[in-house]
Design a protein around this ligand. Structure first.
Ligand SMILES: C[S@@+](CC[C@H](N)C(=O)[O-])C[C@H]1O[C@@H](n2cnc3c(N)ncnc32)[C@H](O)[C@@H]1O
Length: 226
């Protein structure tokens, strides 16, 4: 049976504050560095226009926000996360990006503020994911794009990942509990086809789907119906 992990905001907030210093290193290790390339391909697919107003939700250490600025230097980029320790790392690495601490289920922006909203490996960790998607919809301009990226298909390769990663991680960190959580949350997360249905039920339509590593990682680019 799939174990439902504890995603109460206090638990998730503490967990990411705790792992912030090793987050980038272990992410690179788990993915052999591929995650950067995947994030870049996703950002390139958005075809971001000059002066576009873009926000990266659950920005963590700022990977996606930085790629947005790199791909379209004339865009206005904001990153939001509730972990102050993850944000501190993001701030130290980035120039020309505004970072704010905040909860993505309750965003301090008026309706229809952004041309593009991105979220990588975030929704899976949010207790009230439905509210977060409603917030994405609310702050997007009509026909604006929402890029959602996370683990995808639960296929053979994905099961191998679930078996290998926890043992490998144990060699590099004293506290492997967050990585046990990672696998539990991955297993409990909807597959892309179901996620797309959930997004559609909130008023989005599918613009593009991108699959990486046989679908183990998957991105959905959703468009807010005008
Ligand atoms: C797995 S990390 C992803 C970071 C980054 N997007 C990446 O791709 O590397 C998930 C991030 O979501 C943040 N987060 C989780 N729930 C949140 C919430 N309700 N509001 C804001 N940030 C949240 C965590 O603090 C953490 O930094």
């Amino acid at each position: 049976m799939t174990k439902i992990p504890d995603k109460s905001p206090a638990v998730i907030h503490t967990m990411f504050n705790m792992i912030s210093k090793e987050y980038d290193f272990l992410n690179n290790l788990m993915s052999f560095g591929i995650h950067q390339n995947i994030k870049l391909k996703c950002v390139q697919s958005l075809d971001i226009k000059p002066h576009a107003n873009v926000i990266d939700l659950c920005c963590g250490t700022g990977d996606i926000a930085r790629l947005i600025k790199k791909v379209q230097p004339q865009s206005i980029v904001t990153g939001i996360d509730f972990s102050e320790n993850m944000l501190e790392i993001a701030k130290n690495k980035s120039e020309g990006i505004q970072y704010f601490q905040g909860d993505v289920t309750n965003l301090p922006y008026p309706d229809e503020t952004f041309d593009i909203v991105t979220m990588g490996f975030g929704l899976r960790n949010i207790h009230n994911a439905e509210k977060a998607v409603e917030e994405v919809y609310r702050i997007l301009k009509p026909n604006g794009l929402f890029l959602h990226l996370d683990f995808g298909e639960k296929n053979f390769l994905s099961h191998i990942f679930d078996m290998v990663v926890p043992s490998a991680i144990k060699l590099f960190t004293e506290n492997s509990l967050p990585y046990k959580y990672l696998i539990e949350s991955k297993k409990a997360f909807p597959i892309p086809a179901d996620l797309i249905k959930d997004f559609e039920s909130k008023g989005f339509k599918l613009n593009k789907r991108l699959d990486f590593i046989s679908g183990v990682i998957s991105a959905q680019i959703m468009e807010k119906r005008g």
